[in-house]
Design a protein around this ligand. Structure first.
Ligand SMILES: CC(C)(COP(=O)(O)OP(=O)(O)OC[C@H]1O[C@@H](n2cnc3c(N)ncnc32)[C@H](O)[C@@H]1OP(=O)(O)O)[C@@H](O)C(=O)NCCC(=O)NCCS
Length: 184
């Protein structure tokens, strides 16, 4: 059974190591670090353990432009632990946490090619999938949505997310680690 342990300053390096192994091309150290240092109670990441072994990472955050939605953050299972059911279990555990919070919708943006392995799982768990086409942002992502209440799920409808800025933060994070003598 997957057990979620919150990321704090004590296990931040382990969380980053896991993030980088799952997303070698696009880790985002500063987002993980910012979450640890933030007062925002729903901006959190969790290391997933099976017994004493870390198997993956998940998290939640919100976008300022919409108070009704909570988003899935940095969701992935380590390559050598995949296809054992941990991904589904970790996603359902993250959703259960969100159901206890005052949000109506659980959402996730994902790239159809870069995150191809996640599409079948997302299709089977979420209720709605729409193409994100805000002309001011990075195109070609999909947004999956799920209702956390009895109300019907609604579309995100292309409100600006700022994927561009998240990608830049990822690049800045690698630079930050080099400048601060951290192993990347
Ligand atoms: C997506 C991911 C978390 C799935 O983790 P996992 O532990 O292998 O998933 P599970 O074993 O719980 O499988 C869940 C379902 O997805 C399917 N699946 C898993 N890997 C798959 C793949 N590579 N291709 C197609 N389907 C896949 C399984 O068959 C399973 O379907 P079922 O429950 O109907 O039998 C994992 O592949 C991963 O970390 N991918 C890279 C990171 C990523 O892209 N994350 C998404 C960011 S938006």
């Amino acid at each position: 059974m997957v057990n979620l342990v919150r990321v704090t300053d004590k296990n931040l390096e382990l969380a980053y190591k896991i993030q980088k192994e799952i997303f070698p091309e696009e880790p985002d150290y500063l987002f993980l670090k910012g979450a640890v240092e933030s007062d925002d109670k729903v901006l959190n990441h969790y290391i997933a353990y099976v017994d004493d072994k870390p198997v993956g990472l998940t998290g939640t955050y919100t976008e300022k432009c919409d108070k009704d939605s909570i988003w899935l953050s940095w969701f992935g299972i380590l390559p050598n632990c995949r296809k054992k059911g941990y991904g589904r279990e970790m996603l359902l555990a993250t959703i259960d946490m969100c159901k206890k919070l005052p949000y109506k919708y659980f959402r996730c943006y994902t790239h159809p090619v870069l995150n191809a392995s996640a599409q079948p799982l997302y299709k089977s768990v979420f209720q709605l999938c729409e193409k994100y086409q805000n002309p001011k942002d990075v195109p070609c992502d999909w947004i999956y949505s799920l209702s956390l209440t009895d109300e019907k799920v609604t579309k995100w409808d292309d409100k600006y997310i700022g994927i561009k800025e998240y990608e830049q933060l990822g690049k800045d994070g690698e630079k930050y680690r080099k400048e601060h003598g951290r192993q990347s």
